[in-house]
Design a protein around this ligand. Structure first.
Ligand code: DAH
Length: 337
């Protein structure tokens, strides 16, 4: 008996003294392993007189369990201590304010979403066409014949293949009318490319949003109401507007929609070049030749088109006076707007 009790006492001291998990495992092997102290006790059973064997066996088993329990309890203690130490070493305060800031949509994306939403409300669909065009869709079908001086106006880039990075989204008018019969109501936002000298209001790659409405008996009144509604929606208030005659080969009559300069409220400033007005949406009634080149009978159908300079609209909406600021990767600007 005293042999077993002193062995347990020794085991309990060894368990308590184990300072970490590897040391504790050493203790386990020492007592419970194949060549351990408890196995050795069991081996003694055979040498006892038969009547003492069962009692001895029970006591050794009980000792085995006590030592096992002591080891388990110590293991739990050591594991907890190890976790605490790891937590303290890599301590993190989840309540501290972080340096991470949330993302934001680019102002161009925001205005685009608003334009699409506005026109959806009027029953327009979003259409698209390729950014690399051919001369037919970019020029010829739009009533801009070869050698027509109007082609120069668009400062066209030409690829070595003869293709054209489209100079305007007006090509999507043609693509749409080739594929579908009127009545048609579409807008076509997209990138355009021109060989421009870059300055505060011109970029070589920029965004436009084309619009096209073809039906029976469409009037300039429809055009006017549609575009005035768009400007009011985008600017958030009823900005004074005016329509001026203008020339674009694919419309007749051609017009420019101006809004009163938002920077000087019509007084005249460097941004409106002292005229008090800013041109925002070129537009007009679709030229019969354009309808014809898409196989639509101009005696039956007519309509209006417009091609809004998208980036310009974004500048005016947010009061930004230099177009380049929209593209210089300045996140503060994006977040602020
Ligand atoms: N495509 C013209 C440009 O880029 C803009 C334009 C003018 C589009 C009149 C139209 C329009 O649809 O009717 O300068």
């Amino acid at each position: 008996m005293s042999q077993l009790e002193s062995l347990y006492a020794q085991a309990a001291r060894d368990v308590a003294a184990a300072g970490d998990l590897p040391a504790l495992d050493g203790v386990r092997v020492q007592y419970l392993g194949k060549k351990g102290a408890i196995k050795a006790l069991l081996k003694q059973t055979g040498k006892l007189p038969p009547e003492e064997r069962p009692g001895w066996g029970q006591k050794v088993n009980a000792l085995n369990k006590q030592v096992t329990d002591a080891l388990e309890a110590r293991k739990a203690e050591l594991q907890h201590a190890a976790e605490q130490a790891a937590l303290e070493a890599g301590w993190l305060d989840p309540t501290l304010p972080t340096a991470a800031r949330t993302g934001a949509l680019h102002p161009i994306t925001k205005v685009l979403m608003e334009v699409v939403d506005h026109f959806h409300g009027l029953g327009f669909e979003v259409a698209s066409g390729p950014e690399i065009e051919d001369a037919f869709h970019n020029f010829d079908a739009l009533n801009i014949p070869d050698n027509h001086p109007a082609r120069d106006v668009w400062d066209t880039f030409y690829l070595t293949t003869g293709e054209i990075p489209r100079t305007h989204t007006s090509s999507v008018q043609i693509r749409t009318m080739e594929q579908r019969q009127p009545p048609l109501r579409i807008i076509a936002p997209g990138k355009c490319f021109r060989n421009e000298t870059i300055d505060a209001t011109h970029l070589a790659a920029f965004n436009q949003c084309e619009g096209l409405y073809i039906d029976r008996d469409v009037t300039v009144g429809h055009l006017k109401a549609t575009l005035e509604g768009l400007v009011e929606r985008l600017m958030g208030y009823k900005v004074p507007t005016r329509f001026r005659p203008a020339f674009y080969p694919f419309v007749e009559p051609g017009l420019d929609l101006d809004i009163e300069c938002i920077f000087c409220k019509g007084e005249g400033c460097s941004i409106c070049k002292y005229g008090g007005w800013i041109e925002v949406i070129p537009c007009g009634m679709v030229h019969p030749n354009v309808l014809r080149s898409c196989g639509i009978d101009p005696e039956e159908f007519n309509g209006f088109a417009f091609g809004m300079g998208f980036d310009r609209m974004v500048m005016l909406r947010y009061g930004i006076d230099d177009l380049r600021r929209l593209y210089d990767g300045n996140l503060d600007l994006v977040r602020k707007l």
